[in-house]
Design a protein around this ligand. Structure first.
Ligand SMILES: NC(=O)C[C@H](N)C(=O)O
Length: 363
């Protein structure tokens, strides 16, 4: 297990109970001895949302506690011994560095102290891919870590949360999940933290990995992986920032008739890096490229990603990255490229060649 800086913390937020044993809540019987122990870290999101089912779609995210959520899932007690901790109670549109640090430190502690066989994080879907990717970059543990959520609130007709939670626990409890990094389990599908992105605003089939496809599938009958586990990681994970907040990196969205004002504003306003959500192969207008080059000369990390749904942003093809000092995001979409740039800057890695190397998948 690689070390991670910062002290461990079991802090709770959001007013829920610090821990709630739910291992026997769903079935009314004591959990069987010998079952894997799974810790559920709840952060809020639609999976914990409530709504008047007669209303159309409106709901309040994060109102249902972790213990209540677990009680709504039949059969969980047959899968694992489960304890739950409320880390936060927020919609994931409000996800922030502080909750990320709490999650990372708590999971690191669970891994180092062998507190559990796996961790499930309940999370809103809007920024789930960013949290998953962040944790994947800072944890570097073989411990199964699985994020799940829901597209329908817990009180909706055919709420998807209970099944997603069941399958997330099933995946986290599976010995085949060890060493696979942080995963997202939604709608019977297992996606990698690097590959997955939210693709639909409302459908329960929203998470997909456009460049790689899912790494596996889960349903109540079992867990099946269709991709081999990633190669073991030999380097160090990125250290967490001392002050619990990551350096500012802005995402700038390119479009036709692209100007320079957003880029110049980001630089003047103190951003330490810029990620271009570029057109096509991570491109933008000549004047915007010039503004990005000026940003590089002022010491910012500048990454070219793409607003296109899939594909790799290739280095030195449409844009001369070597000459301009840019980094190509390769397979990372803008929101994940931003997270990686933040971690690199906070770890003192800012030279374009080193940053580029860190963007390589499976480096
Ligand atoms: N389906 C969801 O979870 C959406 C919600 N806004 C969230 O991300 O918290």
């Amino acid at each position: 297990m690689a070390a991670m800086c910062g002290s461990a913390s079991g802090a709770t937020a959001g007013g829920g109970p610090a821990t709630a044993s739910a291992g026997n809540a769903s079935e009314g019987s004591a959990p069987a001895r010998g079952l894997p122990h799974i810790i559920v870290l709840a952060t809020g999101g639609t999976i914990a949302g409530t709504a008047d089912t007669r209303s159309a779609t409106g709901y309040n995210a994060g109102e249902v506690s972790a213990a209540q959520l677990l009680e709504s899932v039949p059969g969980l007690a047959g899968l694992a011994r489960i304890s739950a901790e409320q880390i936060a109670s927020i919609g994931s549109q409000d996800m922030n560095d502080q909750v990320w640090m709490k999650l990372a430190r708590r999971i690191q502690r669970i891994a180092e102290h062998h507190e559990a066989d796996g961790v499930v994080i309940t999370h809103g879907t809007d920024t789930m891919e960013e949290t998953a990717f962040f944790l994947d970059e800072v944890l570097r543990t073989g411990l199964p870590v699985v994020l799940t959520g829901a597209m329908r609130p817990s009180t909706a007709i055919s709420a998807d949360g209970p099944r997603n939670l069941y399958e997330a626990v099933e995946v986290a409890a599976s010995p085949a999940t060890r060493g696979r990094g942080v995963l997202i389990v939604m709608n019977d599908t297992i996606e990698s933290a690097r590959g997955a992105t939210k693709t639909n605003t409302s459908s329960v089939q929203t998470f997909m990995s456009p460049n790689t496809g899912p790494v596996g599938y889960a349903d109540p009958a079992g867990v099946r992986y269709v991709a081999p586990p990633p190669a073991p990681w030999h380097g160090k994970p990125y250290a967490l920032p001392a002050g619990d907040s990551l350096p500012r990196v802005d995402i700038i969205y390119s479009h036709s008739n692209m100007g320079v004002s957003q880029i110049e504003h980001a630089v003047a306003d103190g951003a330490k890096g810029i990620v271009l959500a570029g057109v096509g192969d991570g491109n933008t207008s000549k004047q915007a490229l010039d503004a990005m080059e000026r940003a590089v000369r002022l010491g910012l990390v500048v990454v070219r990603s793409t607003r296109a749904y899939s594909g790799f942003v290739a280095r030195n093809v449409e844009v001369d990255d070597d000459k301009l000092g840019f980094v190509a995001s390769l397979d990372l979409n803008p929101q994940k490229a931003r997270v990686l740039a933040q971690l690199l800057i906070s770890n003192g890695i800012t030279a374009p060649a080193q940053v580029q190397q860190a963007f390589e998948p499976g480096r």
